[in-house]
Design a binder for this molecule. Structure first.
Ligand code: IDP
Ligand code: CA
Length: 498
């Protein structure tokens, strides 16, 4: 038996001293991990809120956004928490009784008070932005537009939220903020990825916004918006066509067909068997068509459907001016447009209409899309009513053939989405649970929530911190065991020799 083995038997490794050291080591390691877990634990998540009212030409909608309180200006993601559709029409329809524009908002404001925690009310910014309906009212009757705003302000000022004002957005703002929304929600801005163009179709105006490489912004400065977001520069092309929302274009199409003041109009954009009496006064009541009103027209006409897609497309095409252009290239009506680039998201009425028509799949050839729409337009009105009434508003149902034809014509002839480019368009309602539209971009801008420069890389998250400390602790523990098993006997031997 060797001397070493004899010594081991006499002096096993679990002497009182080694046990004490092991216990102290384990306690120290447990304490280290516990401190790491407890000290660096994230505080329970708190949220901040923002509210935007979208006062569109056809209706008003309220959106509540929510984001983590700790991270609002860089890493946090703003999401739509709730939306509320205001009952009745858009605020511009209350020109004759402005107080009602204010009271119409009360129900949705009450809903917002329930959705946002009470202790956050006073710090929650509240904005109202009006679009083309109010732009038109301002052109038509500026005093009436002011009264509508006064009434709306009265309601909003009485709310417990931090009211930040109500105003009409310019067409550029409406287009640019729609683009910001889509690209923010897709996480394209923070990551500096290629951006998505935005196509917004409303009732009174329509917007197109996209980044086009090598495009000379000086050719038409009024169409350019520059942004610096997360350290990247963007030269955005944007244009808003007033009177090219689908409701105003329908007025223009009907005005085009009633220039001789007839009592009967056979309209290829409405279904066979459709027949409705309309009065001239309300058809020509908007600044988009008021100067076209035929003199000596009767008070009403019968609007009769014919259901002919290609003839409808001819009527719609005649509403665009493709000849006047003082720039190197134009979309229509003499408006500059650089070459189309990139994927596009088409939302708002683009989505409602194409979704109803089952035409959101742009991987089908454009010819197939047109053929399907032609079939739909030729469907008798009675058959459609039987199939859909009760679930779909009669006004929408009657107009889907016209709206679909307008959308295809605007995209292909107006903006020049060729059959190859058509598949670059995606019809979308929302992205990751938040509606596509200008409201989110508007709020992000006004609350300075998108920094111009890229944020510093975030500190180690809590889970990462705990994992690293645990790994270090385990390594220390292993080291301690190794020390006890291999070094300690030698140490004790040395002690013995001494
Ligand atoms: O479910 C639907 N089906 C068809 N059209 C719809 C539906 N919901 C909303 N719309 C239409 O979407 C358009 C929204 O326009 P908005 O009121 O935002 O006008 P604006 O943006 O020109 O001011 C209106 O033409 C409205 O009729
Ligand atoms: Ca709109």
């Amino acid at each position: 038996m060797s001397a070493q083995r004899e010594m081991k038997e006499k002096k096993p490794w679990h002497t009182p001293l080694t046990i004490i050291i092991t216990v102290i080591g384990v306690i120290a390691i447990v304490a280290l991990v516990t401190v790491a877990v407890l000290q660096n634990r994230p505080v329970p998540q708190k949220y901040k809120y923002g509210i935007v009212l979208d006062a569109g030409s056809s209706h008003t909608a309220l959106y509540i956004y929510e984001w983590p309180a700790e991270k609002d200006n860089n890493t946090g993601r703003v999401e739509q928490k709730h939306s509320c559709k205001v009952k009745g029409k858009g605020i511009s329809s209350y020109a004759a009784e402005p107080e009602k524009a204010g009271t119409s908002l009360i129900d949705c404001m009450r809903e917002a008070e329930l959705q946002v925690p009470t202790k956050r009310h006073r710090e929650t910014p509240l904005y109202l932005g009006a679009t083309a309906g109010m732009r038109l009212l301002k052109i038509e009757d500026s005093a009436a537009s002011d009264k509508v705003f006064q009434a709306v302000e009265q309601t909003l000022q009485r709310s417990p939220f931090y009211y930040q004002g109500a105003r009409i957005l310019t067409g550029q703002e409406e287009g640019a903020f729609g683009w910001v929304t889509v690209n923010y929600l897709d996480d394209r801005l923070k990551q500096g990825l290629e951006t998505t163009g935005a196509l917004d179709l409303g009732g009174a105006s329509t917007q197109i916004s996209f980044v086009s490489r090598n495009y000379d912004i000086s050719e038409s400065p009024s169409n350019s918006v520059t942004f610096r977001l997360y350290g990247n520069d963007y030269n955005l092309y944007t244009h808003s066509f007033l009177c090219y929302g689908k409701d105003q274009v329908l007025k223009k199409a009907l005005a085009h067909q009633t220039q001789s003041g007839p009592t009967k109009v056979q309209d290829p954009c409405f279904h066979p068997g459709y027949s409705v009496k309309r009065d001239y006064a309300s058809l020509y009541d908007s600044p988009c068509v008021s100067d076209m009103k035929p003199k000596g027209a009767p008070s009403e006409f019968t609007h009769i459907g014919e259901g002919n897609f290609s003839q409808c497309q001819e009527v719609v095409k005649s509403l665009f001016n493709f000849t006047a252009c003082t720039y190197s290239r134009c979309s229509f009506d003499g408006v500059f447009q650089p070459p189309l680039q990139g994927p596009f998201g088409a939302f708002s009425a683009y989505y409602f209409v194409m979704n109803f028509l089952n035409l959101t799949d742009t991987s089908f050839p454009l010819e197939t899309v047109k053929k399907n729409l032609a079939n739909y337009c030729a469907t008798p009105w009675n058959e459609l009513k039987q199939r859909h009434l009760g679930r779909v508003k009669e006004k929408y149902l009657a107009e889907y053939c016209f709206s679909g034809t307008y959308i295809l014509t605007l995209l292909t002839e107006g903006y020049n989405f060729t059959k190859e480019k058509f598949s670059d368009i995606k019809f979308i309602k929302e992205i990751k649970g938040s509606d596509a539209g200008w409201t989110l971009g508007y709020m992000l801008n006004l609350t300075n929530m998108i920094p111009a420069e890229a944020p510093d890389s975030p500190p180690l998250p809590h889970a990462g911190y705990v994992s690293i400390v645990t790994v270090i602790a385990i390594l220390l523990f292993i080291l301690l065991i190794l020390c006890l098993r291999s070094i300690w006997p030698r140490c004790s031997k040395q002690q013995q020799i001494v």
